[in-house]
Design a protein around this ligand. Structure first.
Ligand SMILES: Cc1ncc(COP(=O)(O)O)c(C=O)c1O
Length: 390
């Protein structure tokens, strides 16, 4: 049997990895500034993560959601504390698309309505409603196109207000920083107004934090960069005054490579038996991988590191004349050039042995390293980039 040929592959075969170094089958080392699509958050084979998973595997790797699993409770408690989202409940699944699919489904259950508002250049995954909410005609099959979705430009509040006022919308889904699209962001004002209008029209606000969550943007969640206008500014701390989406979807960096996703659902949205479900979601290994990631984020203060190194990266990028603009926050970054970057990406891999990412915007080179990289690693990246841009 052959593989179903859907991926154009680089000719590199990784066989081991440690920290940000990936080694191929010929012994060549590569610096991983892409983290396999923003997945590697605490570095490849982090010793704490490896130990936790090995220990767990020696005890029990899987049992179904029909029995008690204290590891899920431990994970939910720690996630609530570290993300400042203790007023949410956690549902665990297996990927980003599945997280968004469940989020959109919950929006429809909760409101009894069916239309979704999503945004231009957004990416939410490849399952039924998630792909319909994704602004990419090519990956939507006729089956997906049956969903009722309105795609609006980012930051066009008048258009948004007009659509939501039609009172048939169940959910609004947006990324705090568009990953696949190319690092564009809603303004704070736009995000705040969306929150207010969702509350007014009883529409479920879904923050897709699949890529920007778990510390990547320099805060636990990307939306936490935007302060809410709906809460009392004088009596709340800055952190607790951030936007409060109704549902937050997570995956990618959450498991540092172990396939795991989830949604944080605000306590105002009630659960009932059978409403959501999954065979693999929340299994013992997935919970252990995610708890280990949270422990490392906390112990090594990696969210602060992401924030500080994002600033350092932006400063270094300013020294390169060909860079038109630096986009993104923390260690979710992009360099915009006035040429398409596909060739540059190839040269970075084959000549400089450095992994970077592309985006839907073909002029943007994406930088999504593990959150524990150092200034020296960033210097290595810019030296390599300068060499290729000569
Ligand atoms: C913002 C966002 N949402 C959802 C997804 C889908 O995640 P997955 O590929 O795990 O289904 C992605 C993947 O790139 C993403 O970037």
């Amino acid at each position: 049997m052959n593989l179903f040929d859907v991926y154009p592959l680089y000719d590199v075969t990784p066989v081991s990895a440690k920290g940000i170094v990936v080694t191929d089958n010929k012994g060549q080392e590569y610096l991983d500034f892409y983290g396999g699509h923003a997945v590697i958050s605490i570095g490849h084979s982090h010793p704490h993560y490896v130990k936790r998973l090995k220990d767990q595997l020696n005890k029990i790797g899987f049992y179904s959601n029909a029995v008690q699993n204290p590891l899920q409770v431990e994970l939910a408690t720690k996630l609530g504390q570290l993300s400042d989202c203790e007023d949410y409940n956690l549902f665990l699944c297996n990927s980003g698309a599945e997280a968004n699919e469940n989020a959109l489904k919950m929006a429809s259950f909760h409101t009894g309505k069916t239309r979704i508002i999503a945004f231009k250049n957004g990416f939410h995954g490849r399952t039924s409603a998630a792909v319909a909410a994704t602004d990419n005609e090519k990956i939507n099959a006729p089956l997906n196109k049956q969903q009722k979705v309105t795609i609006l430009p980012l930051n066009a509040i008048d258009l948004f207000e007009k659509e939501i006022a039609k009172e048939d919308v169940c959910g609004v889904i947006l990324e705090a920083i568009q990953g696949v699209g190319g690092l564009d962001e809603p303004t704070s004002e736009f995000y705040q107004q969306i929150e207010v209008l969702c509350k007014k029209h009883k529409v479920v606000l879904i923050a897709d934090e699949v890529q920007s969550g778990f510390g990547r943007s320099g805060k636990f969640f990307g939306f936490q960069h935007h302060i809410s206008t709906t809460l009392n500014a004088s009596s709340d701390t800055e952190r607790s005054r951030s936007i409060r989406p109704d549902i937050i979807s997570v995956a990618k960096g959450m498991g540092n490579g172990f396939p795991v996703g989830g949604i944080l659902i605000h306590k105002d949205i009630k659960a009932s038996y059978g409403l959501l479900g999954t065979t693999f979601g929340g299994n013992h290994l997935a919970c252990t991988a995610t708890t280990a990631v949270l422990e490392v984020l906390e112990k090594e203060d990696l969210i602060k590191n992401a924030s500080q190194l994002g600033i350092y990266f932006t400063k270094k990028a300013g020294e390169i004349s060909q860079v038109k603009r630096v986009k993104g926050r923390g260690l979710m970054l992009g360099l915009e050039f006035d040429f398409e970057v596909a060739e540059l990406r190839k040269r970075l891999i084959y000549d400089q042995h450095i992994f970077t990412g592309g985006a839907k915007d073909k002029h943007v080179l994406r930088f999504l390293p593990a959150l524990n990289i150092t200034k020296e690693d960033i210097d290595l990246f810019f030296n390599a980039l300068k060499a290729e841009l000569k």
